[in-house]
Ligand binder design. Structure first.
Ligand SMILES: *[C@@H]1O[C@H](CO)[C@@H](O)[C@H](O)[C@H]1NC(C)=O
Ligand SMILES: *[C@@H]1O[C@H](CO)[C@@H](O)[C@H](O)[C@H]1NC(C)=O
Ligand SMILES: *[C@@H]1O[C@H](CO)[C@@H](O)[C@H](O)[C@H]1NC(C)=O
Ligand SMILES: *[C@@H]1O[C@H](CO)[C@@H](O)[C@H](O)[C@H]1NC(C)=O
Length: 546
C-alpha cells in the first residue's frame, strides 16, 4: 500500500515537473546548423481525442505537451513549423516521426498515434500549410510552388523535398532531451506515399537521423511518378474516349476472374500480377451491367485498359518509360474523391455518357506548376508527345531534388539502421514495381542488404491501405523488434480490414520479396496455410510443364 502511494506520488511529482517544463521559456534553445528559430510554442494538452488509421492504437484520450518550433533558413524567406508532441506520462523513451501524403509533409493530427503508442511524436509542415482537407492535400502546391508564373519557389521545393526532413529529427531530439532530461533511446520514421519517400530520403541522405524506417508505398522516383500518373488521362485523350467508371471496372473484374487463381487461391485477388497475361481485347463486345443498364465493352476502352496496364510506352519507338498499374487494380472512382481511387477517373455529364477525364490532382498540379510553371496550362489537352516531353523535363529538372532512388544505403547500414518497406500490389496511384525495382538495385549493389532492409508486397492492398487484401498492421512493431531485439522480420503478419459487419477476415503472411506466400492447403483465410516460397504452387506447376 505504502509502495503504491509512493509510486503514485512520484508520478504526480513527475507530471508536475513536466507540466512546468511544458512552457516555451523552459525548453532548450534549438541549435541546428543553418536554421534560425522564429517562435517556440508549448502548451499542455489534456484528454486529446486520438485518431489515426495508420497505426492501430487504443482510443484512450492522451495528455501531452504540444510543442511547435517555427523557424526559417535565413535568406531563404521560408517559415517552417516543426511539431513535437511529448507524452507527460508513459513515455517509452523513443521518438517517432510521422510522414505526410501527397503535398503534405506531415499532418499534426497524425502525432496522436505516436503519443498513444508512448512515443514522443514529430512531424513537419516543411514550410507550407495543409488545411486537413483531402482535396487541399492533393492540389496544395498551387499555393506555394510558384513565386510568380514561370518562377519556382525553390526554397520551399527544397524544404518539401529534403531539407525540412533533415531539420525535423535534429530539432525534435533536442526538445526531447530538454523535456525529459534524456535523448531518445531510439528514433523511428513511419510514412506512406510522400511519407514513404521521406523515409527513403532520410536513409539515403540523412542516415544518422533514424534507427528504423518504415516506408510504405513510397513515391520513390517522384520526378517520374508525378508525371507518369497522368498517363491514363493521356491514353484516353489519345483515343478521344473517356469510359464511364463502370466500363473500366467491368474490364478490371474480367482480369481478376482470369488471373485470380494463378496463385492457387480463389479470393478475388491477383497475387501474381506478373503471371497475369489478360488482354482486354479478348472481351470487346461482351455485355456488362452498368448501374442497371446493359452495355458492351468497347474496343477503345479495351485499348485504354491495356495501355494503362502496360505503362507509358512511346508509340514512336516502343520504349516503356515506366511501369503500369497491375491487373486487378482500380482504374478510377466516381464522385468528388473518385480521383483518389484511380488514375483513369472520369466524370460523366449525362448518367454514364458524355464523360470527360478527371485527372489525379497531384499529377495535374505537378505538370502545371512544376514542369510548365504556368497555372493556366491546360493539362487536359496534352498529346502523347506533350506528355513524354513533360516526363523528360520533369526527370531532368527534379530528379536530383525529389527522387529517392539512390541504391547506396551503405552509410545508413553502417550506422545500424533498419528499413521495413512494403507496397500494396493493388496500388492505384503508385505502381509497386517502382518499389521492387528500387529494392533489386539495392540488392545488386549490396547482396547482403537483406541484413538491414526488407521489402514486402501486399496482394490486394490499395495505396497505403484499403482494398480486399491483407494489411500488415504490425509492420512498425516488426521494425522496432528488429532494431531493438535483432528479430529479423522473416514475414509480416497481415489481415484484411472487413468493409462490412460479419465479413470474414482474411489472414495472410507477407513474404520478403521476391518470395511469395504460397498456399499449402487448409483454410485459405488462415495465415498458417501459407509459406514463403520462391514461386506459387501452381506457378511452379506451369514452369515444369513448359
Ligand atoms: C499545438 O500548438 C500549435 C501552435 O500553438 C497549435 O496551432 C495547434 O492547434 C496545437 N495543437 C493542438 C492539438 O492543440
Ligand atoms: C518573403 O515571403 C513573404 C510571404 O511569405 C513575402 O510577402 C515577402 O515579399 C518575401 N520577402 C522576400 C524578400 O522575398
Ligand atoms: C511488377 O511487379 C509484380 C509484383 O511483384 C511482378 O509480378 C511483375 O512481374 C512486375 N512487372 C514488371 C514489368 O516488372
Ligand atoms: C451489344 O452486343 C450485342 C451482341 O453482340 C448486340 O446485339 C447489342 O446491340 C450490343 N449493344 C449495344 C448497346 O451496343
Amino acid at each position: 500500500m505504502l509502495i503504491l502511494l509512493a509510486t503514485l506520488l512520484r508520478l504526480a511529482v513527475l507530471s508536475e515537473a513536466k507540466l512546468r517544463t511544458c512552457k516555451a521559456r523552459n525548453l532548450p534553445a534549438i541549435d541546428v546548423f543553418g536554421l534560425e528559430v522564429l517562435d517556440v510554442s508549448a502548451r499542455a494538452q489534456h484528454g486529446y481525442p486520438e485518431a489515426s488509421r495508420d497505426v492501430p492504437v487504443d482510443a484512450e484520450p492522451i495528455d501531452f505537451c504540444n510543442v511547435t518550433i517555427t523557424y526559417t533558413h535565413p535568406g531563404q524567406n521560408d517559415t517552417i513549423n516543426a511539431y513535437i508532441w511529448l507524452p507527460f506520462d508513459h513515455w517509452n523513451g523513443k521518438l517517432l516521426g510521422q510522414g505526410g501524403g501527397a503535398w503534405a509533409s506531415g499532418d499534426e493530427a497524425s502525432l496522436a498515434a505516436s503519443v498513444a503508442l508512448g512515443y514522443a511524436g514529430t512531424t513537419s509542415d516543411s514550410g507550407h500549410s495543409i488545411f486537413g482537407d483531402v482535396q487541399d492535400v492533393a492540389v496544395n502546391a498551387e499555393k506555394w510552388a510558384l513565386l510568380s508564373p514561370g518562377n519556382m519557389n525553390w526554397a520551399l521545393v527544397q524544404d518539401f523535398a529534403a531539407r525540412a526532413l533533415d531539420d525535423l529529427p535534429k530539432i525534435a531530439k533536442q526538445i526531447v532531451k530538454g523535456f525529459y532530461g534524456e535523448a531518445p533511446s531510439y528514433s523511428y520514421w513511419n510514412g506512406c506515399s510522400t511519407g514513404g519517400r521521406q523515409g527513403l530520403m532520410s536513409a539515403q541522405r540523412f542516415p544518422g537521423n533514424y534507427d528504423g524506417i518504415l516506408a510504405v508505398a513510397p513515391a520513390i522516383s517522384w520526378a517520374s511518378l508525378a508525371a507518369v500518373a497522368f498517363w491514363p488521362q493521356v491514353v484516353m485523350q489519345r483515343e478521344k474516349y473517356w469510359p464511364p467508371a463502370c466500363e473500366l471496372e467491368a474490364i478490371r473484374q474480367a482480369a481478376v476472374k482470369s488471373c485470380d487463381e494463378i496463385d492457387g487461391v480463389k479470393d478475388g485477388i491477383i497475387a501474381a500480377p506478373g503471371l497475369c497475361l489478360f488482354n482486354a481485347n479478348t472481351i470487346v463486345g461482351s455485355t456488362f451491367d452498368c448501374e442497371g443498364a446493359k452495355r458492351n465493352i468497347t474496343a477503345a476502352a479495351a485499348r485504354i485498359a491495356n495501355a494503362i496496364w502496360g505503362g507509358p510506352v512511346r508509340t514512336m519507338n516502343g520504349q516503356r518509360e515506366w511501369y503500369g498499374i497491375t491487373h486487378g487494380t482500380s482504374f478510377g472512382g466516381s464522385g468528388p474523391y473518385g480521383v483518389f481511387d484511380g488514375l483513369a477517373t472520369t466524370t460523366c455529364a449525362d448518367g454514364n455518357d458524355n464523360c470527360h477525364g478527371n485527372p489525379f490532382p497531384v499529377s495535374a498540379t505537378w505538370i502545371q506548376y512544376f514542369i510548365e510553371k504556368d497555372p493556366d496550362y491546360d493539362v487536359t489537352q496534352m498529346s502523347e508527345d506533350d506528355f513524354f516531353r513533360a516526363l523528360h523535363r520533369s526527370r531532368n529538372e527534379y530528379g536530383s531534388i525529389m527522387d529517392t532512388s539512390d541504391p547506396d544505403l551503405s552509410e545508413f547500414k553502417a550506422l545500424g539502421g533498419k528499413i521495413v518497406h512494403w507496397h500494396g500490389l493493388a496500388d492505384q496511384l503508385i505502381s509497386p514495381n517502382g518499389s521492387s525495382s528500387y529494392y533489386s538495385r539495392v540488392l545488386a549493389l549490396d547482396p547482403e542488404a537483406r541484413d538491414f532492409y526488407r521489402y514486402f508486397e501486399a496482394p490486394g492492398v490499395k495505396h497505403c491501405a484499403g482494398g480486399i487484401g491483407a494489411f500488415p498492421g504490425n509492420a512498425l512493431e516488426a521494425l522496432v523488434n528488429w532494431v531493438e531485439n535483432g528479430a529479423v522480420p522473416e514475414r509480416l503478419e497481415a489481415a484484411s480490414i472487413p468493409a462490412g459487419e460479419g465479413e470474414k477476415i482474411r489472414e495472410r503472411v507477407l513474404c520478403p520479396w521476391p518470395l511469395v506466400a504460397a498456399f499449402k492447403g487448409g483454410d485459405v483465410d488462415a495465415a498458417g496455410s501459407y509459406e514463403c516460397e520462391e514461386v506459387f504452387g501452381q506457378a511452379r506447376g506451369l514452369h515444369t510443364e513448359l
